[in-house]
Structure formats: C-alpha cells, structure tokens
Design a binder for this molecule. Structure first.
Ligand SMILES: CC(C)(COP(=O)(O)OP(=O)(O)OC[C@H]1O[C@@H](n2cnc3c(N)ncnc32)[C@H](O)[C@@H]1OP(=O)(O)O)[C@@H](O)C(=O)NCCC(=O)NCCS
Length: 152
C-alpha cells in the first residue's frame, strides 16, 4: 500500500462510502468532495496496486470535538473502503499511513481518537503500539472516545 495525493476522482469515490451499523457514524455519503481535496484539511489517499482502498487524515481534522488536544503529537484518522473492512487489512493500512507521516511531518508522537464502541479499531491501534491516555464524551454526538498515543 502507498499514500498519494488525494485527487478529485478519489474524493468523488470517498463521498459514496457508507458503513454497516454500528459503524454508520463513519459514513461519508453526501459530504462535499472538496472537503477531501482541500490540502489544508490533511486528507491523503491510500492505494493498493493503484486502487483506492482507503484514506488517511493528519492534523486538526483528525481530532474529535470536546477534548483539550495539545500540539505534542500528530493526530491521525482514516478509514478503509467499506467492503474491505473486517479482513485484517487495517494494520497494514494504518502503519503505511504512519510511515508516510513520520517522513513527511517528522512528529514526536502520533495520537488517535477512537469511539469506545469501536473495538475493531481499538484492537488494530493497540497492536500498533498505541496506549490509551484519556477518555472523554464528545458534545457533538454524546459518544465516549478514547485518546491513544505512541511515540513516532
Ligand atoms: C478501523 C479499521 C481501520 C480496522 O481495520 P480492519 O481491517 O477492518 O480490522 P481487522 O479486520 O483487522 O480487525 C481487527 C480486529 O478486530 C476484530 N474485530 C472485527 N470486528 C469486530 C467486532 N465487531 N467486535 C470485536 N472485534 C472485532 C478482528 O477479529 C481483529 O481481531 P484480531 O486482531 O484479534 O485478529 C477499519 O475497519 C475501518 O477503516 N473502519 C471504518 C472507519 C473506522 O472505524 N474508523 C475508525 C478510525 S480510528
């Protein structure tokens, strides 16, 4: 897998992605594709042999409202194409994104914020060495989120 610049074609694909419950909160359907192509938002395409298999996001857009984030770590987020979830691809997808971000942004640490119901995502980031440091409830959806960090 590799990370490349996210094109309008990628964005038009991403805004059709819808996840089965309980992951419907990660749906991207109906979003403005320009949200993903705006470079200041920190979105990048994740390709496998040229095919769009996911996206990664770095920086403020990877944060969840309601937590007092500091700038000591680079926030990361992202998702796989819905039909590719649950097949064991998450670890290589996220670690490809970490390798890219380490080279490009040279952060001290990585931070990820995961809804506490999302055991699948929590298992993957745990396997990648992330450690939970805080929990909070987001006012945007009243869900509980876990904040996890790891050295870069
Ligand atoms: C989060 C995500 C990257 C995980 O990648 P994935 O390839 O789907 O996950 P995997 O298939 O590798 O599953 C990871 C683990 O969770 C387990 N798992 C899968 N579904 C589960 C469920 N509903 N409940 C509990 N465990 C589950 C798997 O058995 C696996 O366990 P193992 O490591 O012991 O083998 C991917 O699902 C995704 O992009 N989801 C949509 C968006 C999202 O959730 N974003 C959160 C970003 S932080």
């Amino acid at each position: 897998m590799e990370i490349v610049e996210l094109t309008r074609e990628h964005a038009d694909d991403i805004v059709t992605w819808s996840y089965p419950e309980p992951n419907g909160c990660y749906d991207l359907t109906g979003m403005d594709p320009r949200h993903f192509t705006d470079l200041s938002h920190g979105f990048w395409a994740l390709l496998d042999e040229g095919r769009l298999v996911g996206y990664r996001c770095y920086g403020r857009q990877a944060r969840v409202p309601g937590f007092a984030y500091d700038d000591g770590a680079l926030d990361i987020a992202g998702g796989l194409r819905p039909e590719l979830t649950g097949q064991g691809l998450g670890q290589v997808a996220i670690s490809t994104g970490l390798d890219f971000a380490r080279d490009r942004f040279e952060p001290q640490a990585f931070r990820v914020t995961v809804a506490d119901f999302n055991v699948r995502a929590l298992k993957v980031v745990d396997a990648l060495g992330f450690v939970a440091v805080e929990k909070f409830e987001s006012p945007s959806d009243a869900r509980t989120y876990v904040v996890l960090v790891r050295p870069a």
